[in-house]
Design a protein around this ligand. Sequence first.
Ligand SMILES: Cc1cc2nc3c(=O)[nH]c(=O)nc-3n(C[C@H](O)[C@H](O)[C@H](O)COP(=O)(O)O)c2cc1C
Length: 212
Amino acid sequence: MLSEKLEGEVTEFFLPRDFDSFCIGCTNCFERSETSCPHYEKLRPITKAMDDADVIILASPVYVYHATGAMKSFLDHYGYRWMVHRPEEKMFHKQAVCISTAAGGGMKSTNKDMADSLFFWGTAKIYKYGAAVRAVAWNGINNKIKNNIEKKTDSLALKIKNNYGKVEPSVKTRLFFNIMRIVQKNGWNKADSDYWQEKGWTDKKRPWKSKE
Ligand SMILES: Cc1cc2nc3c(=O)[nH]c(=O)nc-3n(C[C@H](O)[C@H](O)[C@H](O)COP(=O)(O)O)c2cc1C
């Protein structure tokens, strides 16, 4: 619903249909390169779509108070993109939304499951929306809740459109980035510190100042 209201080109992936691999913990992505991940090729279309997007929407139903296992497995594959490792520069210009639906509760912790990754990827602006739908399918949702969802997605779409091209990472993100900068200057993992040096981030460059 939200993606339609944004009125742009939408590339949609559905989990686990479009990605169903578990991280096997080989740590190749951290220590060598993400291209050494056994699931690199499988994940590539989603990675490319996210990198090309202006807005990323991560959505999950609440399963026992958290995001689905499929969403968790997907996000595990981007551990190497956390600021402590090798964040993707493009994220510092993007907006993202976490959406969760539950029968009754657990939206906050579910949205946090997804927002944690978005934050540590360096995403400039993150919105969260959790809806308790008191149902297990759209047809079973009562009209009052459906109307609320319409209104909330209208207002989210408006905010996102108004902020289009204007977002900058929060003070918290910039602070965290600067702490990571000191860590990378001292070099704790070669693949990461080489990356930071190439980007010029250990020096004066900052990812949110670069043009997309
Ligand atoms: C395995 C499982 C665990 C669930 N855990 C919760 C829960 O912790 N809290 C809750 O309110 N609803 C829970 N639900 C209900 C779903 O979150 C709810 O029906 C959701 O809106 C379904 O979204 P979907 O239509 O996108 O699958 C659970 C459902 C399943 C299948």
